[in-house]
Design a protein around this ligand. Structure first.
Ligand SMILES: NC(=O)c1ccc[n+]([C@@H]2O[C@H](COP(=O)([O-])OP(=O)(O)OC[C@H]3O[C@@H](n4cnc5c(N)ncnc54)[C@H](OP(=O)(O)O)[C@@H]3O)[C@@H](O)[C@H]2O)c1
Length: 233
């Protein structure tokens, strides 16, 4: 897909992977709408990178249909690419997990992601569009204290595979991108981004992967891609 003039929605575009991906797509001529929970943060980022800001908390499930329609309107009635990037984590070992942690993480990572995609599906079918779900290496393997987060990302992998089975016949491509550790503000309650470290992945590396997946000729698609740092230790 040629990115120039494409209409793209990125959930969680105010920081980290979503922000750098949005910036790259804008630089290639796309119109990009970015969402986030914090108004000040999303507006500041949008101004900085030339995107359209929208305060849209995807864990607010009852408001998704209305806000999805608003997003489509802000993009002039069309959506070519949806990047389901917004994601959060809660980490606790079995024995210390609370139901609030499950609700919080699943409302964003699984339920919000699914219900938003469902609202945008008619537009994506019309445009023969592309859906990119941001998973994690935690979509592939659990880890200690990962019950809540890893199971939510396993769900994202299952959603991706189910949508691939349903949507290929409509020429809608669905891809799962699994980053390993990336230096961002992820799981940082004060939302301050971690500094880039030479040997570790940063948001530019994942943005490059996402853009490559989108730019592939539309007759093919990459179902899943996992990105590791070569030697982060
Ligand atoms: N960083 C890593 O090591 C890593 C590794 C593997 C996978 N991932 C995945 O990569 C994705 C992006 O993570 P990141 O590292 O870039 O995290 P980040 O720096 O914390 O950024 C997350 C973005 O999502 C927004 N957001 C969070 N919850 C939201 C919600 N309910 N509705 C709308 N926007 C929301 C945040 O803005 P507000 O706070 O203003 O809402 C922010 O713009 C996530 O799905 C994460 O699971 C990250």
């Amino acid at each position: 897909m040629n990115i120039k003039n494409k209409k793209i929605i990125i959930t969680g575009g105010s920081l980290g992977i979503g922000k750098v991906t949005a910036e790259t797509l804008v630089s290639k001529g796309a119109t990009v709408l970015i969402t986030g929970r914090n108004a000040e943060r999303i507006e500041k980022t949008a101004l900085e990178i030339g995107a359209i800001p929208m305060v849209f908390d995807i864990s607010d499930l009852d408001n998704i249909p209305q806000q999805a329609q608003e997003a489509i309107t802000l993009l002039g009635g069309e959506v070519d690419v949806l990047i389901n990037n917004a994601g959060i984590g809660e980490f606790a070992p079995l024995g210390e997990i609370t139901k609030e942690q499950f609700y919080k993480v699943y409302n964003t990572n699984v339920f919000g992601l699914s219900l938003l995609t469902q609202e945008l599906l008619p537009s994506l079918k019309t445009s023969k569009g592309t859906i990119i779900n941001i998973g994690s290496t935690a979509s592939q393997k659990g880890f200690a204290s990962g019950s809540v987060y890893a199971s939510s990302k396993f769900a994202v992998r299952a959603l991706t595979q189910s949508w691939q089975a349903e949507l290929r016949k409509y020429n809608v491509r669905v891809c799962l991108v699994n980053p390993s550790e990336v230096t961002t503000a992820f799981n940082n309650t004060d939302r301050v981004e971690r500094p880039i470290e030479a040997q570790k992945l940063d948001s530019n590396d994942i943005a490059h992967t996402i853009v490559s997946v989108i730019e592939m000729n539309g007759k093919g698609f990459i179902p899943e891609v996992t990105v590791w740092a070569t030697n982060p230790f």
